[in-house]
Design a protein around this ligand. Structure first.
Ligand code: C2G
Length: 444
């Protein structure tokens, strides 16, 4: 029996893919098709796939040409597969001419004619774009715009700042067509809104955007009390809109894989999560202004709360805070969260600095994520027996906002799964609310 193998992403499966699979099948008796995983695609610079790996596998299956489907996860896997499955012919489209000649050592290599005039890239570009308006034109918005350029199906069409001069300057600097004079003018121009304004304004802007029928991507921290969070969820549900938190760590590849790895028991039962985020900030900054809900908890707590909730869940028993205060705001807070069978602690600071790493301890070993863990591309799993230690590397491109932007756009266009659940968003808000109410807060 002659075995043929071919590989691809097969995003938005089209006639070019179908022709290729048919020709590959005709070369032998048994066709194995390797479909790339989402992570492998990210690693090889394919940021823009619209279908996830399960959808792409289903699409390949539906052509009826594949006798066997495998997933391609890493560079160099082709050699392993050819040997493992006893492959006679490796076939691939002629756009790869010459590139896979190194496989000739292992089997016959055939470059099949590529179908002209059709490609996944072209199909992706033809899809309708989501028109996004930005509220708030500060530093995070300035980073958001260039990051959005590497994501498909998004056009930033307008920005609004109540200080119209600043709004106009931002649009000018970032090539955004409309500097909206009012919120309503912004809403009229877009399908979705990115709320990147000072945090005490998040609720009002997000609410107005949802009421106007716009999807919302809200910067961190979300809002400051659970009643507000619930009201926003209710509004989003009523109007069938996406409401997502722009928590970049939740969407970045390394963090996602750390979650799946630890959830599968790699370090045993998790007993402790400890994470810190400190970002020294000028005392005169709005982030340190008591009247504007400034302080370390407001600014940074949602970061350590993410791994704590992902690894230990949201069913905590109590939270205790120890805060070093200055001018009425916490320049540093240590929090301890008690669970039935585990504990978590975090440090956040705007006026004090500490190592920004994360350690997750389990009954069999621990995960160590070096600083800055919230934008990591690397972590280690460590054991008593150091020979078993393992290092994991992932892409973290640019500012890392592209991952959340991609998920926001896919959620709108395809209703894909949201990596940060409503429960987690709600509980992040709950911890902030307890802090603001002074529940179990010890000032130092
Ligand atoms: N193809 C084709 N005609 C087109 C478009 C694609 O024949 N108009 C072929 C490609 O040459 C490839 C297959 O269809 O053989 C899958 O294409 P993609 O989904 O774009 O995957 P690709 O990035 O080429 O991945 O490890 C992955 C592989 O190396 C190929």
């Amino acid at each position: 029996m002659k075995k043929v193998i071919t590989y691809g992403t097969y995003d938005l499966l089209h006639q070019g893919h179908i022709n290729l699979l048919r020709r590959a099948k005709e070369l032998g008796d048994w066709l194995i098709v390797g479909v790339t995983t989402d992570n492998f695609d990210l690693e090889r610079g394919k940021m823009n796939t619209c279908n996830n790996v399960m959808e792409r596998i289903e699409a390949v299956k539906s052509t009826g040409y594949a006798d066997q489907i495998i997933i391609e996860e890493y560079k160099g896997q082709k050699i392993d597969d050819i040997q493992k499955y006893g492959v006679d012919i490796f076939a691939i489209g002629s756009d790869w001419e010459g590139y896979f000649d190194y496989l000739k050592e292992y089997c016959e290599v055939v470059y099949l004619p590529r179908t002209e005039g059709i490609s996944s890239t072209q199909l992706r570009e033809e899809r309708p774009s989501v028109k996004v308006g930005i509220i708030g034109t500060g530093s995070i918005a300035s980073r958001f715009v260039p990051e959005s350029k590497v994501v498909n199906s998004i056009d930033i069409v307008a920005a609004f700042n109540p200080d119209l001069k600043l709004g106009a300057e931002f649009c000018e600097a970032n090539g955004i067509p409309l500097a909206a004079g009012t919120q309503d003018e912004l809403f009229a121009a877009c399908d979705a809104v990115y709320v990147a304004s000072p945090h005490y304004t998040h609720f009002e802007y997000a609410k107005a955007a949802l009421q106007a029928g716009k999807h919302v991507l809200c910067e961190t921290p979300f809002v400051f009390n659970t009643a507000e969070a619930e009201e926003l969820f209710r509004l989003a549900d009523e109007k069938d809109l996406v409401l997502m938190l722009a928590h970049k760590t939740a969407y970045c590849p390394a963090f996602g894989h750390l979650v799946s790895l630890l959830k599968s028991g790699t370090i045993g039962e998790i007993v402790d999560v400890d994470a810190s985020v400190t970002t020294l900030t000028d005392e005169r900054s709005a982030k340190m202004d008591k009247e504007l809900l400034g302080g370390s908890m407001s600014e940074n707590a949602c970061f350590p709360l993410l791994p704590i909730f992902k690894f230990l869940g949201t069913d905590y028993k109590d939270v205790t805070f120890f805060s070093k205060m200055k001018n009425g705001v916490d320049i540093f807070t240590k929090g301890v969260i008690r669970y039935d069978n585990a504990v978590a602690s975090f440090q956040v600071g705007l006026g004090a600095k500490t190592e920004g790493n994360m350690v997750i301890s389990g009954t069999k070993g621990y995960a160590y994520v070096p600083a800055p863990w919230w934008k990591t591309d690397y972590f280690e799993i460590r054991y008593e027996d150091q020979n078993l230690n393992k290092k994991y590397f992932y892409p973290f491109a640019g500012e890392g906002l592209r991952y959340e932007i991609k998920d926001f756009i896919s959620s709108i266009l395809q209703g894909s799964f949201q990596k940060l659940s409503r429960k987690e968003m709600l509980k992040m808000t709950d911890v902030q609310e307890r802090y603001l109410k002074g529940e179990n807060v010890f000032q130092l």
